[in-house]
Design a protein around this ligand. Sequence first.
Ligand code: ZN
Ligand code: ZN
Length: 628
Amino acid sequence: MMMMMSMSSSSSSVQVQMHVEPFHFEKCQSMSQLRQYHSQIIRLGLSSHNHLIPPLINFCARASTSDALTYALKLFDSIPQPDAFLYNTIIKGFLHSQLLPTNSILLLYSHMLQNSVLPNNFTFPSLLRACRKIQHGMQIHAHLFKFGFGAHSVCLNSLIHMYVTFQALEEARRVFHTIPHPDSVSWTSLISGYSKWGLIDEAFTIFQLMPQKNSASWNAMMAAYVQTNRFHEAFALFDRMKAENNNVLDKFVATTMLSACTGLGALDQGKWIHEYIKRNGIELDSKLTTAIVDMYCKCGCLEKALQVFHSLPLPCRWISSWNCMIGGLAMHGNGEAAIQLFKEMERQRVAPDDITFLNLLTACAHSGLVEEGRNYFSYMIRVYGIEPRMEHFGCMVDLLGRAGMVPEARKLIDEMPVSPDVTVLGTLLGACKKHRNIELGEEIGRRVIELEPNNSGRYVLLANLYASAGKWEDVAKVRKLMDDRGVKKAPGFSMIELQGTVHEFIAGERNHPQAKELHAKVFEMLEHLKSVGYVVDTNGVLHGHEFDEEEDGENPLYYHSEKLAIAFGLSRTKPGETLRILKNLRICEDCHHACKLISTVFDREIIVRDRTRFHRFKMGQCSCQDYW
Ligand code: ZN
Ligand code: ZN
């Protein structure tokens, strides 16, 4: 302003003051305002003032749109002698926008050196993040030392991050050891680096050595366990953190531990975390919100999930939480409700993405809504321009296959633009088995086994297909093939949470400390059921012809893991209570039938989450209406 006043004798300046409000850059909020301000600078002849242009470049760089960045580059080119600050600003802007190939960012750096501008400690972290090849990273590493930043902690932490990104863990460790006093960022980068590449136990060793753990490092270690399905260890660490650290749960830890609850079906723990979040006013971001909704959905509390979702103010209903809620309704077989929620989403002008449609199509498939599924599949392409991925095709094959439209499912596979993966083919095989389409099933079954020769489930499905047609010789051949190749069946296991503790049961388990007692309980339970007409659905199993997905002992169906978990649950609960079971494989026909009877005979609601969906057994009925 002072400058404008002193120049008020010039006619152009008078004109500006008459027609355009003098603009303060601090108030700039949009690119159009920025352009307006820039034109004022040009008209006033102030472009060559070195301190006026850099904030503009900074603003454009942060805006991160291609328009803004092109403008930033033009501004940058107009400056005769850009300094290190300007170079850093523009490098950072391009890095965040991801609009330029990262090589161009490295070119900006060589441009900087050619113009004899010395890089500083702000230059290297951005450059290291821009490296897409370890060779580039190593060159930057050498420069960093040459320019005297070999002891700068932020630069060294960026180096660790760069090396772990390229799986160069030894190099990362070497850099770490050169830091005299590694801070929590150094430690956490190393821990996350090891766990990122699956070296969880090594990550834990490093974690143990860390002298002052902060919530980020605790979280990194817990997340490492959660991502590798080692939920019990995540919980053990969480308990240790609560004991060692007073101010414990931030939103990151809460998000991680909610995923652990989801993985383990630990509803009580999940509720506790949710209460803690509410009580302490922890800020809800999209990840945390989605984690809460997801936890309730997958722990079988659909009503609670809906309640949390609907209590969110509209701006807090991020797309991930809409998707999660639609997915939850799908898992519970509430196809109609999922469609209604999707319509609500459109009314609220939230644009659906590919995951929304994946969940919506799954909802249609689980509820047998064939017409609706077909319509949404084409609607997705036509209205939103979303090209179907492999998973979308898989959903459609599932939808058509379940409904008995096997030839149409086959046709869809043949017309796919890419060749179908083993999951899509496996889905078709499942449909062939269900609807006794032996010829096609045989062809697909063989293809699937050759694509995944070590997956026991694929052999089991083909053998069961033969068994359903009474082709026992072929069953034996598949079984022999499996033996010859040394393929072992995946053990089935179920979990049940009672009074905050998760108990785990493995099918046919003989080594469990209470195995005898447990088997006696199952036996007693089934005897009760027999009195109301339960007959074990042998379907050839007991005659050794067919084998199911779980380990087979002498009476395999008797000791399927969910039966063990339910028998255990019955002895620890009272009539009217709910048993929540989580199972790693799909529930079999026999267990499904038994669960329906148990819900009446023992007056319990039983909620089983199997590999693909929920079954809610109540008064002799299942929520899936036997469509699964
Ligand atoms: Zn079973
Ligand atoms: Zn069911």
